[in-house]
Design a protein around this ligand. Structure first.
Ligand SMILES: Cc1cc2nc3c(=O)[nH]c(=O)nc-3n(C[C@H](O)[C@H](O)[C@H](O)COP(=O)(O)OP(=O)(O)OC[C@H]3O[C@@H](n4cnc5c(N)ncnc54)[C@H](O)[C@@H]3O)c2cc1C
Length: 420
């Protein structure tokens, strides 16, 4: 059994799968380790911004995505209290597919993972990375079969962490999670059939102590996903003791957003409610002192109010692969000396900040306003009078900004714009 690779990627969400596909297509041997069986549902609003569509095409899953994703998202809304403010969503400036669409993570992540296997990635699933350590110039990861006891040790000069930010780090002591805080944001998602929501509308939900979104996605299913502060959820649960957290949270949302209550009035729940968190918005560490790279949520996480997390996952993976494949002398990073890998890491971290930090800050500002409808109340008449401000906000949040990386085509050869 081969246990030595050019790269090990931990986690097969959009960030990890994108990294694995691109490196494998460039001729690297790649191990992709995912602890869960797929297909699996996941807490997420599942809106995929239009900026990712050329990237999904380049990854080889664009057509399959379009075959099953929900309708084009052409309008954005704000549901707060009894108000419904609606405005156009800006389209991409160019290209055949100019609006984003929603697709369940059980489909998107499975499409990407299948594609990774097709292009030669060695997929370890369901295996959990338990710990990683340095072995000279190599990274060594110990994997255990999820739910079993088989163990294996993989080694590679390049380690990419794509295991998200909502679960303990591989190697973290059990019980090492931070203490509960009132301001923790807990995330929930429910899926409904027969909801009354206009196709192509993407309403942002603003309510005291939280925010969220609702959208019609694939197979006629509507996703309702939101974050709620721990103290707001506790207060709601104290009114209905014994009520499950997700249902208490939904009651809170429906009490504060008439639009959600109306949309779900005759709808039927499809599948269990899912919960995750606390989420960890903020800039984390795209490059780590142990010489590993992070992509997706683990590198940095935007408050999900703007639905840019999948974009940042795919696009940060893209950025990292550009750096790994773009060596000035044409050599791949896998052959590079550790000092050179550090150089690539610093370069990647700098570019990551330039590309993603503004999105994280804008999302934080919107999230804090949305969670405090009373503070934001002064803005509502203005938004009602000029809904176009919502369109501007979507533009500022990066919804139409093409990522400044090699956009289309298989990147088999190193890119000409070498690392600095
Ligand atoms: C309420 C809510 C709504 C959202 N709505 C949207 C939206 O509409 N649009 C959008 O773009 N984004 C949205 N997001 C954000 C989006 O879900 C995340 O940003 C995205 O999932 C990050 O992708 P990732 O690949 O970095 O990590 P993940 O998708 O979290 O994938 C990480 C993978 O790593 C695996 N893993 C973890 N630990 C290990 C281990 N030790 N060994 C092996 N595997 C491991 C996990 O099983 C998982 O499959 C939302 C988030 C929330 C909370």
């Amino acid at each position: 059994m081969n246990t030595d690779f050019d790269a090990i990627v931990i986690g097969a969400g959009p960030a990890g799968a994108t990294t694995a596909i691109r490196l494998a297509e460039a001729g690297w041997s790649v191990a992709l380790v995912e602890k869960r069986d797929f297909p699996r549902r996941k807490v997420c609003g599942e809106c995929i911004a239009a900026t990712n569509l050329p990237l999904l095409d380049a990854l080889g899953v664009g057509e399959a995505f379009r075959d099953i994703a929900g309708p084009e998202l052409r309008r954005v809304g704000l549901f707060v209290g009894k108000r419904r403010i609606i405005a156009p969503l800006p389209p991409l400036d160019a290209g055949p597919h100019r609006w984003g669409r929603a697709l369940g993570r059980e489909h998107l992540d499975t499409l990407l993972l299948r594609r990774a296997a097709e292009v030669g990635v060695c997929v370890w699933q369901p295996w959990t990375v338990k710990r990683g350590q340095r072995d000279g110039a190599l990274h060594a990861c110990v994997l255990v079969r999820t739910g079993g006891s088989d163990k294996v040790r993989l080694r590679a000069p390049v380690l990419v962490r794509a295991h998200g930010s909502w679960e303990p780090e591989p190697g973290a002591q059990s019980g090492a999670r931070a203490a509960h805080r009132d301001g923790d944001l807990l995330a929930f998602k429910g899926t409904y059939r027969g909801a009354r929501i206009e196709p192509g509308l993407l309403p942002v939900l603003a309510f005291s102590g939280g925010y969220g979104g609702m959208v019609l996605g694939d197979h006629g299913l509507t996703t309702v996903a939101f974050c709620i502060r721990r103290d707001a959820l506790r207060a709601q649960r104290s009114q209905t003791p014994g009520r499950k957290a997700a249902l208490a949270a939904l009651e809170h949302v429906q009490a504060h957003c008439t639009g959600v209550r109306d949309a779900l009035a005759d709808a039927t729940q499809a599948g269990d409610w899912l919960a995750a968190g606390p989420i960890q918005p903020g800039i984390h560490a795209p490059w780590r002192a142990d010489g590993s790279f992070a992509v997706g949520n683990l590198a940095g996480e935007a408050h999900p109010i703007l639905g840019e997390g999948i974009s940042m996952a795919i696009q940060s993976a893209w950025l990292l692969c550009d750096r790994l494949l773009a060596q000035p002398d044409g050599r791949a990073a896998r052959d590079a000396a550790p000092g050179h890998i550090d150089h690539i890491g610093r370069d990647y971290a700098r570019r990551w900040r330039r590309q993603f930090a503004p999105r994280i800050r804008i999302a934080a500002m919107c999230a804090h306003l949305a969670m405090r409808p009373h503070t934001a109340g002064a803005l509502l008449p203005l938004l009602q009078a000029s809904p176009g401000l919502l369109t501007l906000c979507a533009r500022a949040a990066g919804k139409v900004r093409q990522p400044p990386v090699s956009p289309i085509g298989r990147i088999i050869n190193p890119l000409p714009n070498g690392a600095k």
